[in-house]
Design a protein around this ligand. Structure first.
Ligand code: ARG
Length: 720
């Protein structure tokens, strides 16, 4: 029965060619709906080559790297992975020291034995997915409260997941889509032994750094390599010297044929989050609260950290990963605000809302009854939430994302609860875990820097946030320290066990509740945690209204569109589930200015600036350039570095495979462009591009620059 129904739906959708080609993050399992259009654009394979649960297919070569943060793809029968340099940055940094500075010099394992383990790093495969909307929606009623609704969804989801997992080692998720209107089940498999295999020096992998970040034209060799290992039985296993390379179900052949304008291109990966169904009020809140606060707070924090990084190599290595993580979305927020303004996104959203209002009002009986309250609910929720949102963003950015003392304090709260009423064995086991993570933490921590960040951001918090959200220690600062945050910080950082490696280790060796009761660092962290909890309680009803409003908004909007054009396809917002976006290779135009779709090594040389750390070119790369020693990777004598496509990607897609019409790897996606930084909220079909490193540059660097021919030999390189 069900099958026939879905076949009818496929037939209806199959003739749909009205969708804009480039926009859309589609589900792999339902890609047959887009197939005729993909084929017309140059896709040569079939939907089953993309997603098939009975045979190997492309989905088996695409993984979430540290689920929710990046994407990677398999490129050899021995579990070899390609991803971005910025997705491996943490590991490259963790393995670096002043003596072995892999950030500066790069790293290449010439044998498997040299590959470096990374406890905690994971890759996750999609086993299968399924639409479970009918099962769940059948139990939901419009008169339920949001709590009742959530509980019902949760209960049935647990059952669906348990049935899906059975007695396997798989995990399952039931996620909601289209703002709570649809539900899909995902069955996943996660591997836990992922070793670092290779990374170019930052002067290649991060060439252009913050100046070029989020920009085109770009000249970054943004790639790194890992390998997935399994237990001897081929199943996921924690790191062990006995583990063996994964034998993947599928891996991508690599094409060095090169890209031409209008070539078909598709990207598969794990886009993190978009807000394409956001309303005008949502856009305003993003601009004024989220972005403005992030820009202000991170700007202050980064200035302090950079000052120390520039002074010492040790600090540079210690802080580089944290620093660039912060600057990435700092610059994103600046760009997003500019683009939202320039592309008049709020105005477009208002027009949509006006159209929808008219549509609803024109049918009092049905639509008005069903959707009448929709926009008012949303508008009122945003008004109700305004101050709270501001405080929440300050808590996120200047407290738990500010000085690290706060997150470190918060991480001890579970131990505190155990000390209050846990069993000794549990306490011991948990403190042992904390001791291990403390090792990693202190390796990259300098309490002097943290103290300076603390003072700057707490002064800012005090100035910008209403008094009722002050933590209790602000009173102490005023009463006992004459209002001097710095003096308070001196006391705090010299006494707290949280910010001192020796004291922390001594505490964790024999943890006592009293030690935390008397610790200033722990106490102030918990006072902010309390503020957070209070805020959550107070805002819950408003957030509920917002969820309800946006759920109805999306349902109403799609219903209205369907009346106009029943063939149109819709894709849900990104939420770290695997998607496919297809389109073409090509550049863009802003006014009279043409942005070509490729960049090359000559462009790298043009940007070279030995006095600016962001634009250093290594002697070896220069030598290859001068000799034009590009081997088989040249494009008519030219070494192409990056290219653009009109694929629809966002954060989380980093490291995603860019594939041609034959399903061969032609590049690795790594960024978006400045002119369309509003893309997560509104896709701009003229301006929005996906920035990719050309696979030929990747192979050239591995082969000619690093001489790691062992790695190229593992891959299947094709030319046609
Ligand atoms: N903008 C890229 C992304 O979010 C990250 C690029 C990393 N480079 C850098 N300079 N921070 O995926």
């Amino acid at each position: 029965m069900k099958k026939i129904l879905s076949l009818i739906l496929v037939a209806i959708f199959a003739f749909n060619i009205n969708v804009k080609a480039d926009e859309g993050m589609w589900f792999l399992a339902f890609i047959n709906k887009n197939y005729s259009q993909m084929k017309a654009m140059g896709f040569k394979l079939s939907p089953k080559d993309i997603y098939d649960i009975n045979h190997s297919s492309m989905k088996d070569a695409v993984v979430a790297l540290d689920y929710g943060s990046c994407t990677a793809e398999l490129v050899s029968p021995y579990g070899l992975l390609l991803t971005n340099h910025h997705c491996g940055y943490d590991e490259i940094q963790q393995h670096s020291s002043v003596e072995h500075d892999y950030l500066t010099d790069g790293f290449w394992a010439k044998t498997r034995a040299e590959e470096l383990p990374n406890p905690g790093k994971t890759v996750t495969f999609l086993v299968r997915m399924e639409d479970v909307s009918d099962q769940i929606n059948a139990l939901l009623r419009d008169d339920m409260t949001e709590d009742e609704r959530e509980m019902t969804i949760k209960k049935v989801s647990e059952k669906i997941k348990a049935d899906a997992i059975g007695d396997t080692h798989y995990e399952a998720q039931v996620r909601s889509f289209f703002n709570g209107n649809n539900f899909y089940l995902f069955v996943l498999e996660t591997y836990k032994d992922v070793r670092l295999v290779g990374a170019p020096p930052s002067s290649i992998g991060k060439f252009g750094s913050d100046t070029d970040n989020w920009m085109w034209p770009r000249h970054t060799g943004d790639f790194s390599m890992f390998r997935v290992y399994t237990g001897p039985d081929g199943k996921p296993a924690e790191y062990s010297a006995d583990n063996v390379p994964l034998k993947p179900k599928y891996f991508f052949p690599v094409s060095i044929k090169g890209v031409k304008e209008n070539d078909f291109a598709m990207v598969m990966g794990y886009p993190g989050s978009t807000d394409r169904y956001s309303t005008s009020w949502g856009v305003e809140q993003t601009i004024n609260n989220e972005n403005d606060i992030r820009i202000k707070v991170r700007g202050a924090k980064q200035e302090i950290i950079k000052k120390y990084m520039d002074k010492s190599d040790k600090t540079r290595i210690q802080y580089s990963s944290k620093y660039y993580q912060s600057t990435n979305y700092y610059k994103y927020s600046i760009g997003q605000n500019q683009a939202l303004d320039k592309l008049k996104v709020t105005k477009d959203k208002k027009a949509i809302e006006k159209e929808l209002t008219k549509w609803i009002e024109s049918d009092k009986e049905n639509r008005e009854a069903k959707y009448g309250e929709t926009l008012d609910l949303i508008k009122k929720a945003y008004t109700d939430l305004e101050t709270f949102d501001k405080v929440e963003n300050y808590l996120n950015e200047s407290v738990f994302g500010g000085a690290e003392i706060f997150m470190s304090g918060y991480r001890l709260s579970r131990l505190y609860a155990l000390l209050e009423q846990g069993e000794q064995a549990t306490i011991d086991e948990y403190s042992k875990k904390l001791k291990e993570s403390a090792q990693d933490f202190f390796k990259n921590y300098d309490s002097n820097i943290d103290k300076e960040v603390f003072v700057a951001l707490m002064e800012m918090y005090k100035k910008d946030v209403p008094k009722e959200y002050y933590p209790t220690f602000f009173e102490t600062v005023d009463k006992d320290f004459g209002g001097d945050m710095k003096k308070y910080a001196d006391k705090l950082y010299s006494s707290s066990i949280i910010v001192d490696k020796q004291k922390a280790e001594a505490f964790l060796a024999n943890p006592k509740k009293e030690a935390l009761d008397n610790d200033m660092g722990y106490q102030i962290s918990m006072s902010f945690v309390q503020i957070y909890r209070d805020l959550y309680g107070k805002t819950k009803p408003f957030h509920d209204n917002l969820s309800k409003g946006t759920r109805k908004f999306v349902a109403a909007w799609i219903e209205m569109q369907n009346e106009k054009n029943p063939d149109k396809l819709y894709y849900p917002d990104a939420n770290s589930t695997i998607r496919l976006t297809y389109g073409k290779v090509g550049g863009y135009k802003v006014g009279n200015k043409i942005f070509d779709y490729t960049t090359d090594l000559k462009g790298v040389m043009d940007k070279e600036d030995p006095k600016n750390e962001e634009f250093i070119v290594s002697p070896k790369l220069k030598e290859l350039y001068n000799k034009k020693d590009y081997g088989k990777y040249a494009d008519n004598g030219r070494m192409v570095v990056c290219f653009t496509t009109n694929n629809d990607i966002t954060g989380g897609n980093s490291g995603s495979p860019v594939l041609n019409g034959n399903g061969e790897l032609i590049g690795i996606a790594f960024d978006g462009n400045w002119e369309a930084m509003s893309g997560d909220i509104a896709f701009d079909p003229e301006l929005q591009k996906c920035i990719n490193v050309d696979i030929r540059y990747v192979l050239f660097i591995i082969d000619k620059y690093a001489g790691a021919t062992n790695l190229v030999d593992e891959m299947t390189v094709v030319r046609e």
